[in-house]
Design a protein around this ligand. Structure first.
Ligand SMILES: [Zn+2]
Length: 236
């Protein structure tokens, strides 16, 4: 992965999208003095079967903020798109463009925009929409004539995004050594306790460790055997 960046912005659909691997890399980047912020398109209110959306949104927002703190991230912003039915289109691109202009990152991280996670494991529509819009917004942010109203809101064009790194892609091209960030990655995922308790009967600690072992282990063979988080990197 490139290392010559000072600011990164992770743009994802739901609380926990960053924590399935990427957070371990974020911990490593923050250790190195880089500034990382999170932008979530929704509050994940449709994510827990046993908790109604209004209540779930509050729980998941606070769990997301706690999980960000574990890896040294203090800026966590939420858009008001609806969980499960995020629409790809100009409205979403505009929101992401505004965030990129406000944060001025050199690196944008997003979630798998492909149809599948590999093979025939179907991806969710929210991930596809947000991933694609993040890739598009990296360019939109630099063009003063696209969403020109943002200029009037004090958001000057930012053409400084040099890479978009897609997490969870079935076709990763780059990886980050997360030897040092691994344990914080596990704890960061563990902060999504309500979600995980709704998801599995496995003890949350065991679940989080197994998930992170699996994610970082699957990237390891192509990365000198080191625990790693892999990304598909789009350079601009
Ligand atoms: Zn998600």
């Amino acid at each position: 992965m490139p290392t010559d960046f000072t600011r990164a912005l992770a743009i994802v659909a739901h609380p926990d999208d960053v924590e399935y691997g990427t957070a371990a890399a974020v911990a490593t980047w923050v250790d190195q003095g880089r500034e990382v912020s999170y932008l979530l398109a929704t509050r994940g209110e449709a994510g827990i079967d046993g908790i109604p959306p209004q209540e779930s949104a509050q729980v998941r927002e606070s769990e997301q903020r706690a999980s960000a703190r574990v890896v040294g991230v203090s800026t966590v912003e939420f858009l008001n798109h609806r969980d499960g039915v995020i629409e790809y289109g100009p409205a979403l691109r505009r929101d992401l463009t505004a965030a990129i202009r406000a944060h001025r990152p050199e690196l944008v991280i997003t979630i798998n925009h492909h149809d599948t996670w590999g093979g025939t494991t179907w991806n969710t529509p929210d991930h596809r929409a947000v991933g694609r819009a993040a890739l598009d917004a990296a360019a939109d942010a630099g063009n003063r004539w696209i969403f020109s109203e943002l200029g009037n809101e004090g958001l000057a064009p930012w053409d400084g995004v040099r890479w978009v790194a897609v997490a969870g892609s079935p076709w990763p091209t780059h990886a980050v050594d997360v030897t040092d960030g691994f344990e914080r990655g596990v704890r960061s995922l563990l902060e999504h306790r309500s979600y995980i308790e709704g998801l599995t009967d496995t003890d949350p600690r065991t679940y989080c460790r197994e998930v992170l072992d699996w994610i970082t282990g699957s990237a390891a063979p192509r990365f000198g055997g080191r625990p790693a988080v892999a990304f598909e990197l789009f350079a601009r």
